[in-house]
Design a protein. Structure first.
Length: 258
């Protein structure tokens, strides 16, 4: 296999296993995504900003037969992200799947939402994704079939929102969150176009995924969908075949309008 960024790729190593990193994976959708991937035989790195919670989640998943490795990873801390990338490089030599799941929510009516609240949302939901993707891109390029999944939200759809679609959740308190997810969707499009122009990255597939209104801490577990349902689209996009799509926005029922 041809060298990537000056580093030779060992084809035997590439073919041996699929290595996935899921951020924000010590609970909720991230943990369930890690579980489903591990049960498919994927080597899963469970990213968590709290080492204690990450270790506890890994133990609980192991008891279910889903063996994962906890990795300390705060997506808002560039030094921690670089350290995690260095660890993955040393232990695995590449990354096959990146699920940018870590997210934050601050609820406030639109007219009362402050710039500070917006910054909290964008720091995790947008800037954190850029930080992690940038750090791990050299390792993704070394994969034979790299996949990136950005965990978005149906409420981040400009089309559905502007058409007055009856989207679930607290519609009058989610401006900061939905704006950050709309920005995340644009990141997906921009990365997809950039990868397509770059011979070293053209094999990377990147998509946005919406889990639907799923019961997690963000909505105080009020949503009707179980995390096992919500994680379905994430896992499918993480394991796309070579002829799968890139640069799209999908739920478990298919393509979602931007």
């Amino acid at each position: 296999m041809e060298p990537v960024n000056g580093e030779p790729v060992d084809k035997e190593t590439v073919d041996k296993e699929t290595v996935a990193l899921v951020t924000g994976a010590d609970k909720g959708l991230g943990r369930e995504t890690a579980r489903q991937l591990a049960l498919r035989g994927v080597t899963v790195l469970l990213g968590s900003r709290d080492p204690g919670r990450g270790a506890a989640a890994a133990r609980a998943l192991a008891a279910e037969g889903a063996v994962v490795t906890p990795v300390r990873l705060d997506v808002t801390d560039a030094d921690e992200v670089r350290a995690a990338a260095d660890r993955v490089r040393a232990e695995h030599g590449r990354l096959d799947v990146l699920v940018n799941n870590a997210g934050a929510f601050v609820g406030s009516p639109a007219a009362e939402t402050t710039a500070a609240e917006m910054r909290v949302m964008f720091e995790v939901n947008v800037f954190g994704v850029v930080t992690v993707t940038h750090a791990f891109l050299p390792l993704l390029r070394r994969s034979a079939a790299p996949r990136i999944v950005n965990v978005s939200s149906t409420t981040g759809s400009l089309t559905l929102t502007s058409e007055g679609a009856d989207l679930p959740g607290d519609a009058d308190r989610r401006m900061a969150y939905t704006c950050s997810k709309a920005a995340l969707n644009m990141l997906t499009v921009q990365y997809a176009m950039a990868f397509a122009r770059d011979p070293e990255s053209a094999h990377i597939k990147i998509n946005s995924a919406t889990p639907g209104w799923t019961a997690t801490d963000i909505n105080d577990h009020r949503a009707p969908r179980h995390v096992s349902e919500g994680a379905r689209a994430l896992v499918e996009l993480a394991t796309l075949p070579d002829d799968g799509p890139t640069g799209g926005f999908f739920g478990d029922e298919g393509r979602v309008s931007w």
